[in-house]
Design a protein around this ligand. Structure first.
Ligand code: NOJ
Length: 514
């Protein structure tokens, strides 16, 4: 692949706890992942993004990092991580790791030192420790997971955590923090990782003492850009490495500021992920993406470890996604959802840019909405006062083989229970079925290598509920979101997400033609 591999790559997201368990403890690990690399190579992906793999008390699925330069023992060792990077590279697969700069873990050495050193100490200055006001927290900020964003420690001070109390926020005005993260980046680049996914990238800079200035006090503050310019300068000292930001901002122009030539290489396209299954809405997001990004490459994302699985979402009467309301339990039509998820996959894979595939998306896994209360681990469940069931439903361990749990995930009991119905969704069952979701992804990813990825598109004038474009390579992608079949464009059919009776494109179907 060319130097700018990330412009058109198909990137597969591995949630290590739920991918494959190599040692039988019911939790996925690096040993499990290493045995499945051939499967991923065969699938046709170009890179893997791994969710955090660092030592962590797992208060937030590993996003509470206790040590940025080591591997969580439940997942394996640093030597295994190095072996994994080498083995992936041997197969032509690049590795992207997740760096979490906004917050750390209460179990980190710095936070423990800050607690021990007491109020006014230099150790506390690396975090946001403040005295309370009138017996309460320093201000009224709310945690993104629910509840107050401040927690009091025994000596009376409060510390800031935009997420769970186990995730204290760093003070990014402190030079130690800046220096240490540059060192963390170097640590992983020196071990051969090809990219860094930056967690919660737009909330690093905050000023709890600022007078209201009309801006959000902790989202998208200008200081974030200085940090990423520094990170980019460092990244550019290594060949062929990339930075991808997790930037949730509704304003496309503000989002594009993170993609200026001296900042991040790419950001996740969350407006696309959140868009309903509706042609004008999708067309608007696609057009806005290109307008806002300018020369920066687009990314196309249908799901990740934080959002409702597409098969479930697209089968609901409301097909949009919004963190504020996950629509948990809203009635869903699974066969309609699957049909649309297949069509959406071919649409996303055809668009110019890179594409992210969250593990299990290629199997058409639904959201597991009936996990028993007692197994839920997402802090959103407790922090919301048990009103939001959180994200565990999209994190259930993958089904690999066999006809009953644990479906070849490992030999132990999986850390979240798998539905018995998943026997038809295993990799084994789908591998031999040419009509399965897995076969669709495999074929599409291999065709994508030749005909798609980075480049441009030209829209065709069509019915407003049909999305039709031709890529610079000559491939035409057409998606019918109308309720009736429509004629196919001219060309030789390469692939379709559903059968095409009478040579027409039925509703909720995408076809690729050349
Ligand atoms: C975004 C991550 O994707 C999510 O899983 C995590 O809970 C928050 N950032 C906090 O780190």
């Amino acid at each position: 692949m060319p130097e700018t591999w990330w412009r058109g790559a198909a990137i597969y997201q591995v949630y290590p706890r739920s991918f494959a368990d190599g040692n039988g403890d019911g939790v996925g690990d690096l040993a499990g992942l290493r045995t499945r690399l051939d499967h991923l190579a065969d699938l046709g992906i170009d890179a893997i993004w791994l969710n955090p793999w660092y030592p962590s008390p797992m208060a937030d699925g590993g996003y509470d990092v206790a040590d940025y330069r080591d591997i969580e023992p439940v997942f394996g060792t640093l030597a295994e991580a190095e072996a994994l990077i080498a083995e992936a590279h041997e197969r032509g697969i690049r590795i992207i790791v997740d760096v979490v700069p906004n917050h750390t873990s209460v179990a980190s050495a710095w936070f423990k030192a800050a607690l021990a050193a007491g109020p006014g100490s230099p150790e506390r200055a690396r975090f946001w420790f403040r005295p309370g006001v009138a017996g309460g927290p320093p201000n009224d900020w709310r945690s993104i997971f629910g509840g107050p964003a401040w927690t009091q420690v025994p000596d009376g001070e409060w510390y800031l955590h935009l997420f769970a109390p186990e995730q204290p926020d760093f003070n990014w005005t402190h030079p130690d923090v800046r220096v240490d993260f540059l060192d963390v980046l170097r640590f992983w680049f020196d071990r051969g990782v090809d990219g860094i996914r930056i967690d919660s990238a737009a909330v690093l800079v905050k000023d709890p003492d600022a007078e209201p200035d009309g801006l959000d006090p902790y989202t998208d503050r200008d200081g974030c850009h200085d940090i990423y310019r520094e990170w980019r300068r460092l990244t550019d000292t290594y060949p062929d490495r990339m930075l991808v930001g997790e930037v949730w901002l509704p304003d496309a122009e503000r989002l594009a500021r993170y993609l200026r030539p001296d900042e991040l290489h790419t950001v996740f396209n969350f407006p696309f992920l959140g868009a309903p299954w509706n042609a004008p809405a999708l067309r608007a997001v696609i057009d806005d993406t290109f307008t806002a990004l300018g020369d920066a490459p687009a990314t196309w994302v249908l799901s990740n470890h934080d959002v409702t699985r597409p098969v479930t979402r697209y089968g609901r009467p409301d097909t949009s996604f919004d963190h504020a309301d996950r629509k948990h339990g809203m009635a869903t039509d699974p066969s309609l959802g699957l049909r649309r998820a297949r069509a959406a996959a071919l649409l996303a894979l055809a668009l110019p840019g890179s594409v992210y595939i969250y593990q299990g998306e290629e199997l058409g896994l639904p959201e597991v909405e009936d996990l028993p209360d007692e197994v839920l681990q997402d802090p959103i469940w407790t922090r919301s006062g048990h009103t939001d069931r959180g994200r565990d439903g999209c994190r259930v361990p993958l089904p690999w083989s066999g006809t009953s749990p644990p479906f070849g995930f490992g030999t132990g009991t999986p850390w979240l229970p798998q539905p018995p119905e998943w026997k038809t969704l295993t990799v084994e069952a789908q591998s031999t079925d040419p009509d399965s979701m897995l076969s669709l992804y495999r074929t599409a990813l291999h065709l994508r290598r030749t005909h798609l990825g980075d480049g441009t598109l030209t829209w065709h004038d069509t019915h407003p509920d049909v999305l039709s474009f031709t890529r610079d390579t000559g491939l035409t992608c057409v998606t019918n979101l109308s309720p009736t079949p429509v004629p196919l464009p001219t060309g030789t059919l390469l692939l379709s997400s559903s059968p095409l009776p009478h040579n027409l494109l039925p509703p909720d179907t995408t076809a690729w033609l050349l």
